[in-house]
Ligand binder design. Structure first.
Ligand SMILES: OC[C@@H]1[C@@H](O)[C@H](O)[C@@H](O)c2nc(CNc3ccccc3)cn21
Length: 600
């Protein structure tokens, strides 16, 4: 008999209603279940009616997997899902948060901390579109991006995932959503998810809400804030995201005034779904429901009930899916969770899957593989690197600027722990969850290679990571690249924010003797004040990603410095938190600061 839900000519509401009335409780709960690829198989997809899969950070089909390896893996799982009675396709999610960063050879863009500096929403939209192409090249249809955190304390290990401490910069960067998903057609009603087919992906505004405002920047901790602060600082970017048709929102691990966001009915349902009219689905974070209780995992049945009742629609379990399914089934059968809540969650999930065309095109192919790491995307990333750099000092005297550096010199020194380290310049969430130090993780251009590519062929470039005895007569100038090692989430929480050793001594050994520019590779402002007077010049480069050429483009004057700080650069850590607009504001370099140079 004609199954209306399979007919793309039918209206969205008709397809959802027709499918819903056919579904059993088991099939409905399966749609609400997202599992990690490591515990999945075609059989598991079929047997448990699983609606979604994910790759956690670093979870790949095989080391240095090709686009074809990814497409084949995703398609195998999809075949399992399509073998179910109703043949509802699964959706596969991954953290593509600065390009398709888990994937070997993908273009790695600057992390958000650098993109906020560009103050260029159109650039960020283009990055979204490029990222969508590279994600679809691997058969994946869903990116857990953008992070809309307003990081208010650089002690937070995820501060580099935040575009800025300033809500207006973060609001402007929600332009990445139409980049990832496509532009919402003018006649679409506000709040309805919109994804424009096979070259676009489902996006995910995260982590709802106030993830960047926790006490002392402690990851997954408690944000203490009044309503005025919440709705003027941490919420506005979600308003913009819903207007721009974002298809999913991820709940935050953190608590708001002592209440876990994963159990916050007032904000997940009352505000996001009812007040803002968000019609996509809310997804939990990884074991986010387990952490509702203190200690975590101490009452999983309660975790399931509290999160689903609060308005979480899809649960990123992601491993013990039989526990999740069993508990939610028990809760529904015993009326602790009404079927109306299950139906609302499943309708939202189906709405996204219908709107994006997943029922019509559930299988991936290799037609987009050519976009993975393509030269055009690398040039876009290089442009983003250039615009993300901030010139904080240029010359010990105003009339003696050091930058732009002359390409033609007798002999120059390139030094520092971060000059020849692709993994350091990419940062966390790159190939592995915590990032990968060294130069074997993926394809890209280190800063030292970029320098060598740029200088005049007659210029001798000496690379010494940690030069011990430097003579001033040996070099015309030095470029010293130092900063932070890669980190992600709580592994990046820091109370001292120091430069990785032996960075400080490299600065002292080199800059005391040779004219030097120091380039800082970091996910946030770090302690630099004690060393500034020794330097002739200072550049904040954040986490530029694979296209290090962008750093050399500006150091040597092919392009001018244009970046302005999107974060306050403190003098001392004990001043924190200290953000633009605070009554006691005594920064080393204030929000909005940045020197400029002209292209030569
Ligand atoms: O990778 C999936 C999500 C990601 O989208 C979220 O932004 C992030 O909060 C996130 N964290 C994990 C894993 N977190 C974790 C923390 C401690 C131990 C084990 C896992 C997974 N994810």
């Amino acid at each position: 008999e004609h199954m209306k839900y399979k007919d793309p000519k039918q209206k969205l509401g008709v397809r959802i209603k027709d499918l819903m009335k056919r579904m059993t409780l088991e099939e409905k709960i399966g749609q609400m279940t997202q599992i990690e690829r490591k515990v999945a198989s075609a059989d598991v997809m079929k047997k448990y009616f699983i609606g979604s899969l994910l790759s956690g950070g670093g979870s790949v089909p095989k080391p240095n997997a090709s686009a074809e390896d990814w497409v084949n893996m995703v398609n195998e799982f999809q075949k399992g899902a399509l073998k179910t009675r109703l043949g509802i396709p699964m959706i596969y999610g991954i953290d593509a948060v600065h390009g398709h960063n888990n994937v070997y050879k993908a273009t790695i863009f600057p992390h958000n901390v650098g993109l906020g500096v560009t103050r260029d929403p159109n650039l960020v939209k283009r990055i979204g579109a490029a990222t969508a192409l590279e994600v679809r090249a691997t058969g994946i249809q869903y990116a857990f991006s953008p992070c809309l955190a307003i990081c208010r304390n650089p002690r937070w290990g995820r501060c580099y995932e935040s575009y800025s401490e300033d809500v207006n910069i973060v609001r402007s960067m929600t332009e990445i959503i139409p980049g990832l998903q496509g532009d919402v057609p003018a006649n679409m009603s506000k709040g309805v998810p919109f994804v424009d087919g096979k070259k676009k992906v489902v996006a995910c505004a995260k982590h709802f809400v106030a993830d960047g405002g926790t006490v002392n920047g402690i990851d997954e901790n408690n944000t203490v804030i009044d309503s005025q602060g919440l709705f003027s600082i941490h919420m506005p970017a979600y308003y913009d995201s819903v207007i721009k048709g974002v298809a999913t929102v991820m709940a935050s691990y953190s608590s708001l005034n002592g209440e876990r966001m994963h159990a916050n009915t007032h904000l997940l349902t009352g505000f996001l779904k009812e007040r803002l009219n968000f019609r996509g689905f809310v997804i939990s974070d990884w074991e986010g429901i387990n952490r509702i209780t203190n200690p975590a995992n101490s009452n999983y049945t309660y975790s399931v009930q509290a999160s689903v009742m609060a308005g979480v629609d899809m649960i990123m379990v992601p491993e013990n899916y039989t526990d999740f399914i069993g508990n939610l089934t028990f809760l529904v059968k015993n009326n602790f969770v009404p079927m109306s809540r299950i139906d609302d969650a499943v309708k939202r999930i189906l709405r996204v899957k219908f709107v994006m065309g997943l029922f019509e095109d559930p299988m991936a192919d290799l037609s987009l593989a050519k976009y993975l790491g393509c030269q055009e995307h690398r040039e876009l990333a290089r442009e983003a690197v250039r615009k993300s750099l901030v010139l904080l000092k240029n010359g010990k005297k105003p009339d003696q600027p050091l930058l732009p550096l002359p390409k033609k010199a007798r002999r120059i020194l390139v030094a520092g722990t971060h000059a020849e380290n692709l993994g350091y310049q990419c940062g966390g969430w790159t190939i592995q969850w915590q990032g990968v130090p060294g130069n074997n993780l993926t394809i890209g251009t280190t800063i030292s290679k970029a320098i060598m590519n740029t200088v005049d062929p007659s210029t001798e470039v000496v690379y010494q990571q940690n030069p011990v005895l430097v003579e001033s007569s040996q070099f015309d100038y030095a470029i010293v690249v130092v900063g932070e090692p890669p980190y992600a989430e709580m592994y990046g929480d820091s109370s001292n924010l120091t430069i990785l050793d032996p960075g400080p001594s490299i600065i002292k050994n080199v800059c005391g003797i040779v004219k030097c520019v120091v380039v800082v590779i970091s996910g946030r402002p770090i302690v630099i004040e004690p060393y500034v007077e020794k330097m002739d010049a200072l550049v904040a480069a954040w986490l530029p990603g694979t296209e290090g050429q962008g750093v050399a483009d500006v150091l040597f004057g092919d392009y001018g410095f244009t970046g302005k700080l999107a974060r306050t650069w403190f003098k001392r850590v004990d001043q924190l938190p200290m953000n633009v607009g605070d009554p006691h504001y005594d920064p080393l370099f204030p929000f909005g600061f940045g020197l400029t140079t002209q292209p030569t």
